[in-house]
Design a protein around this ligand. Structure first.
Ligand SMILES: Cc1ncc(COP(=O)(O)O)c(C=O)c1O
Length: 383
């Protein structure tokens, strides 16, 4: 069994820990344990400091599941806690991996979406999320890809890396289509509810959909490694419970308590992420307008990442193809700027730019990026 190289994480791990400005990260403003504990009442802080470091329950601590259920407006029984949305993806693909089966996933998309099923021998069928279509999905394309061997259709909204969203009616139509054919519809909502355009509802309201979510992106506390699944089908829930009892047994007790605090105080935690993302996106809009001769983009409708591309054509009489953004990203690191090359998402002409993780440092990061872009375009002239 082979797992293809995780190009994105290899790139991030090479630079992220010592770069001046991290514009590759997909998360938002950072929190310390102290910040999160300061949101709690005395009793909860006491519970945190004195809790026993035992195994938690495979389905997740009761009080954490209750907090998630209340936020998602679903019964507590529908909540399965997992170690990040990553573990949810492992469980889902593992359970889908039957001989001859296929799964339908977005391109570009978070690499795990394709790496896991490929390694398990599942056929992967890709629907395009392309700039020609404003990064919007084409529901008919998804439907055309499905057949009697399709086990699972995965959608991601807001989408990493493009920031595109799927409307409520598109999601409902996909739900009805999959439910009628016994195909599992998986909605990855790790960036919900961070929106810049029209906000959309969680698919947790749809009886046959499976939702995966986490505290890594919209909440921006990935260090707690908390994810969850919302599943209304008791048989599937039993399978997830069983899978996770094998994979990781339970989450960390420490992370579960911090997660519960963050979810109960989500007005503060999500509020900070949304405010930071909104403010920085405005600055990014101005930046992109000023550099429209070199960089193209479609503004994100949600989440904390954009997926710009290098404009092909001529700069001061010189031709360059713009087909591969990796040399551009590589050169940016030498100026202290970290971007994520599009080939990490199988679309080499683009790069991912995270606009919320550097928080209040973002204006300085853009200044440095502007200096680099100027240097780059001058270099292009002389090539
Ligand atoms: C779309 C998407 N889904 C799932 C994940 C997994 O995140 P985590 O395991 O931190 O919850 C990521 C992480 O980058 C992601 O971008």
């Amino acid at each position: 069994m082979q797992l293809k190289p995780f190009l994105l994480d290899a790139w991030l791990d090479q630079y992220e820990h010592h770069i001046d400005f991290d514009l590759a990260a997909s998360t938002g403003p950072k929190w310390t344990v102290n910040d999160i504990l300061a949101l709690a009442d005395d009793e909860t802080r006491h519970r945190f400091l004195h809790h026993k470091l035992v195994y938690s329950r495979p389905a997740g601590a009761d009080s954490l599941r209750e907090a998630i259920a209340e936020m998602q407006e679903v019964p507590v029984d529908s909540v399965q806690v997992v170690t990040g949305a990553s573990e949810a993806l492992v469980a889902l693909m593992w359970l889908a991996a039957e001989p001859g089966a296929n799964v339908i996933i977005p391109l570009p998309g978070f690499t795990t979406f394709s790496a896991l099923p490929e390694s398990l021998g599942l056929e992967t069928r890709f629907y395009r999320v392309s700039r020609e279509n404003g990064f919007r999905i084409d529901p008919d394309e998804i439907k055309r890809l499905a057949d009697s061997n399709t086990k699972l259709i995965l959608v991601n909204s807001p989408h990493n890396p493009t920031g595109a969203t799927i409307s409520n009616s598109e999601m409902e139509a996909l739900h009805d289509f999959t439910a009628a054919r016994g195909i599992q519809l998986v909605s990855d909502e790790v960036y919900h509810p961070i929106y810049h355009g029209k906000s959309t509802k969680s698919a947790a309201r749809l009886p046959h959909a499976t939702v995966i979510a986490d505290l890594s992106k919209a909440f921006s506390i990935p260090g707690v490694r908390t994810g969850w699944m919302i599943e209304h089908d008791p048989q599937r829930r039993q399978q997830y419970w069983n899978a996770r009892a094998y994979f990781s047994i339970s989450n960390t007790t420490t992370g579960e308590i911090l997660s519960e605090i963050a979810i109960r105080k989500r007005d503060v935690v999500l509020g900070k992420a949304q405010e930071t993302a909104t403010r920085n996106l405005k600055l990014l809009e101005r930046f992109m307008a000023e550099h429209r001769d070199i960089l193209g983009w479609i503004p994100p409708q949600g989440g904390m990442t954009a997926f710009p591309w290098l404009i092909a054509g001529e700069i001061a009489g010189e031709r360059f193809s713009g087909e591969n953004a990796r040399p551009f990203c590589q050169a940016a690191t030498e100026h202290g700027i970290l971007l994520a090359p599009g080939d990490c998402f199988d679309v080499p002409s683009h790069f991912r730019l995270g606009f919320a993780a550097s928080a209040e440092n973002f204006p300085k990061a853009l200044d440095r990026f502007a200096t680099f872009v100027k240097t780059w375009s001058r270099k292009m002239v002389t090539v």
